[in-house]
Design a binder for this molecule. Structure first.
Ligand code: ADP
Ligand code: MG
Length: 625
């Protein structure tokens, strides 16, 4: 039998194919199985128009066999088969897809079933095999034919014996080398793993003989190896099933099977969209954050399938960073894939899906917030920080998407509240949403700066996360109400109070001037406080950078020494100030000691380090003596 040559370009293409198109060798199996599935689909389509064929789903299957001694891997299907001419043209010309032609001829527009389109997948077999034999008997033909090739130098076609309609492809697997393990493709368990990974949702059973150690009958410690034929794929993807048929357990189990996390999912979302772009998705909101979630190591992304065949393990484009905690998958038949089916041709399709998913995820979270507060708080404790990063990053362009999902601890409610709940409770004359920053709720609770606001009966939101104040500055306002820190220079309380405390008499002003002089370079002003009730001092700030922000910024690697403009506020009604008034003209030395102590105490209250602890303790001793 004369050897036919691949067409000239085909030779080079084959070489390219074998060496560079696919990033993983194991996908050869995905390609052969996809072809087998296509061949069975064609049988199905044929039966639709040809009364002489009946299509019984149960007659159709794909089989994988191995023979370690011969180093052979066989893929058998009961599909439509190929005629001599088809073997020649479909397998002899690279980039010729019989399947694409079939789709066009039969006007199968939705492309719902048939996977093939590029006419290259078959040659992936040469990534792992030295010799490839295809024996095929086409539907309605008497004679079967064998196609045989050892790679780039061509192929032979000759008649052969084969009873059943369909195709059997036999690969002679390459010898393993030090660098490349080909033996794995002769191990049934390894093959099973590969099938599960890429071809789990092929709609026809993929059968394999698998051996299992089982207790001998009637024995308690004697084992025997039993070889059984098993279907290794689950066939119908859960996301293609009707939601009504599925239970919570089904979704939870799928989460476990997919190893999306070690926890139970908190919530799942199953969507099937039939709009501009068609897709199905199952998304999960995990209960706990993965250990590396808030680090650069964490990789976001969803699995991407096309027609039930896995294309990408993690497609990051499907999720914005602020929803990076979501796990799950998307399956779309409308994706235009590149030739290796490892990438997409158009970002636009993914963008559309992403936009859509964001909407669904947000809806689901809002629903949870409304209907199951406890569960939502669990979610928020794990991932709330990510939402706040989301408000802050990308120049705040996502703040409107996220603002209603935020929660902060409230001084009056003593629990987490939404901004909308806060605004609803605001007093008539109250113009601002007040917040206080600190390390913990307990510390904020005792901040002197909160006294006046608390006294007015206003609610204060407690910011304990580094990102909180940055996020809120980016947000700017909520329902027309701006945010105000209880430490800011002007609290925006009603006029009366301001008027009263603005009246500083000359004597007191002289004291403040003196103190300001002593604290030169440390504070920008010393003032009578409008916000203190029982505490003698506190720090407040002027300008955009708060003291809390200064703390956060100073811990950043590219810290540029950005500092808050600090103001030392004095409670003029406090006994301490009375004592200062009493000694002001008589003992300037003592004034300096008092001023330094008060300043350092204000720093301590803020959780800021004292610049010179020795001189501070000396000052305190001096006063104690
Ligand atoms: P594609 O699947 O993208 O069309 P392939 O290189 O995988 O490209 O296959 C080329 C063609 O060979 C297919 O379109 C199909 O016509 C034919 N073919 C491959 N495998 C089989 C098979 N098992 N049964 C029938 N036809 C097949
Ligand atoms: Mg193919």
């Amino acid at each position: 039998m004369a050897k036919q040559q691949f067409e000239a370009e085909s030779k080079r293409l084959l070489d390219l194919m074998i060496n560079s198109i696919y990033s993983k060798r194991e996908v050869f199996l995905r390609e052969l199985i996809s072809n087998a599935s296509d061949a069975i689909d064609k049988m199905y389509y044929q039966a639709l128009t040809d009364d002489s064929i009946t299509f019984n789903q149960s007659d159709y299957y794909i089989r994988i066999d191995t023979d370690k001694d011969k180093r052979q891997l066989t893929v058998t299907d009961t599909g439509i088969g190929m005629t001599k001419e088809e073997l020649e043209s479909n397998l002899g010309v690279i980039a010729k897809s019989g399947s694409l032609a079939f789709k066009k001829e039969n006007e199968i527009k939705d492309g719902h079933d048939i996977i093939g389109q590029f006419g290259v997948g078959f040659y992936a077999a040469f990534m792992v095999a030295d010799q490839v034999t295809v024996e095929s008997k086409a539907l309605g033909e008497e004679q079967a034919y064998r196609w045989y090739s050892e790679g780039a130098d061509g192929f032979i076609i000759e008649p052969c014996d084969k009873k059943e309609t369909g195709t059997q492809i036999t690969l002679t697997i390459k010898e393993s080398t030090e660098d490349d393990d080909y033996d794995q493709f002769l191990e049934p368990f390894q093959l099973q793993t590969i099938i599960k990974k890429y071809s789990d949702f092929i709609r026809y059973p993929i059968k394999m003989e698998l051996s299992e150690e089982k207790l001998k009958e009637g024995s308690e410690d004697e084992y025997e190896t039993i070889v059984e034929e098993k279907t290794v794929n689950s066939m119908i993807p859960i996301w293609k099933k009707n939601k009504a048929e599925l239970t919570d357990d089904d979704y939870n189990q799928f989460y476990q099977e997919k190893h999306y996390g070690f926890d139970q999912p908190l919530e799942y979302i199953h969507v099937s969209v039939d709009g501009n772009i068609r897709y199905q998705a199952i998304l999960y909101i995990p209960e706990t954050a993965p250990y590396n979630y808030y680090s650069a190591e964490y990789e976001k992304g969803l699995e991407l399938y096309s027609n039930g065949v896995l294309i990408m393990n993690k497609a990051p484009e499907l999720l914005p960073d602020y929803f990076s905690f979501v796990k799950g998958l998307v399956d779309s038949e409308d994706l235009s894939l590149n030739i290796s089916r490892e990438m997409l041709q158009h970002d636009r399709q993914l963008k559309l899906i992403e936009k859509n998913l964001v909407k669904k995820i947000k809806q689901e979270l809002l629903k949870l917030l409304r209907n199951d507060r406890e569960k939502y708080e669990k979610f928020y404790n794990a991932f709330g920080r990510q939402l706040k990063y989301g408000v802050y990053s990308d120049f705040g362009q996502n703040k409107d998407t996220l603002k209603d999902l935020l929660l902060f601890y409230s001084s009056t409610e003593e629990k987490l509240v939404t901004l909308s709940e806060y605004v609803e409770r605001m007093k008539d004359e109250q113009s601002f949403i007040y917040y206080a920053t600190g390390e913990t709720n307990a510390r904020i609770e005792r901040l002197p700066q909160t006294e006046m606001v608390r006294d007015k009966g206003y609610e204060i939101l407690y910011f304990t996360d580094d990102i909180d104040e940055f996020a809120i500055k980016m947000l700017g306002e909520y329902e027309g109400k701006s945010f105000k820190s209880v430490s800011s220079g002007d609290l925006g309380l009603d006029d009366e109070e301001q008027g009263e405390s603005d009246q500083v008499n000359e004597e007191d002003q002289a004291i403040f001037d003196k103190m300001k002089d002593i604290l030169k370079g440390k504070v920008s002003d010393v003032r009578s406080s409008k916000r203190l009730k029982s505490h003698p001092v506190c720090l407040s700030n002027e300008g955009d950078i708060s003291i809390e922000m200064e703390k956060v910024l100073s811990m950043m690697p590219d810290n540029q020494g950005i500092q808050a403009e600090k103001v030392l506020e004095i409670n003029t009604n406090h006994d301490i100030f009375k004592a200062i008034q009493a000694i002001f003209s008589s003992d300037p030395d003592q004034i300096e000691t008092y001023t330094n102590i008060l300043y350092n105490q204000a720093l301590l209250i803020e959780g800021l380090p004292i610049e010179d602890p020795i001189s501070y303790t000396n000052d305190v001793w001096k006063v104690m003596q």
